[in-house]
Design a protein around this ligand. Structure first.
Ligand code: ATP
Ligand code: MG
Length: 211
């Protein structure tokens, strides 16, 4: 069992932030910080996806690169951790499989939630076995700039009624950053200062990513 997973056994409650992280940015970090601040979650586990099924057609950076950047981004954040569980599994990765794998590794009574931004919770009905996923895992849905928070709250309420799932909705300080915007900026020679941690920016430029 990997160390990062083993260490979760002693934690009362953690939350997963899954993403492509191509690249990871301050929006992601601030989601994790807000969740740690506003809920009883004690640790946030970043899980970079393997091949993301929703982004097949786009060019997604190599898994190792996204994993490296995620590690660099959370350096020094005590309550944040990275797992390569999806990348190691290889192929297409689906959240439902990750949740089932974590439950089998940690035991069925392991307490964790899955964090989604407004766009992701809205799209969840396109995820593999989403009804099962919603049944076996609780969620934390956070607000995201560009998505109306009242609409998000209403959608969540409807889902909870329809599927009997548990989705904790929290409004977080808005950070209007996306990986797509960063990739676009870099390819247009526009600065990404203040959008990604310094170490991630250095890594991107050293490797010549997104040009
Ligand atoms: P892309 O533009 O490539 O889709 P992204 O910025 O949306 O990238 P992802 O890796 O797709 O980043 O997102 C992972 C998770 O983090 C998703 O649940 C997404 O909703 C959430 N998220 C990303 N950026 C923010 C943000 N700025 N505020 C709130 N949630 C965010
Ligand atoms: Mg996205």
């Amino acid at each position: 069992l990997k160390d990062e997973i083993k260490s979760l056994k002693v934690i009362n409650k953690f939350a997963i932030l899954g993403g492509t992280f191509d690249p990871i940015h301050f929006g992601h970090i601030s989601v994790a910080e807000a969740v740690l601040d506003k809920t009883d979650v004690e640790k946030v586990l970043f899980i970079p996806s393997g091949k993301p099924p929703h982004k097949e057609l786009e060019c997604v950076s190599n898994s190792d690169i996204r994993l490296d950047m995620t590690r660099l981004a959370i350096e020094g954040h005590e309550n944040m951790e990275v797992s390569s569980i999806e990348i190691d599994r290889g192929g297409m990765t689906y959240t439902v499989d990750t949740v089932l794998q974590l439950k089998s590794l940690l035991g069925n009574d392991a307490k964790f939630k899955f964090i989604t931004g407004a766009d992701a919770i809205h799209d969840i009905k396109t995820w593999k076995d989403y009804k099962l996923l919603l049944k076996i895992c609780s969620f934390i849905a956070v607000t995201r700039p560009g998505y109306n928070k009242n609409t998000e709250a209403m959608e969540i309420e409807k889902m909870e009624k329809k599927f009997g799932c548990d989705i904790e909705f929290i409004e977080i300080p808005p950070v209007d950053i996306s990986s797509s915007q960063i990739r676009q900026n870099i390819s247009n020679g526009i600065s990404v200062e203040g959008m990604v941690p310094d170490k991630v920016a250095e890594y991107i430029f050293k490797k010549g990513l997104y040009k």
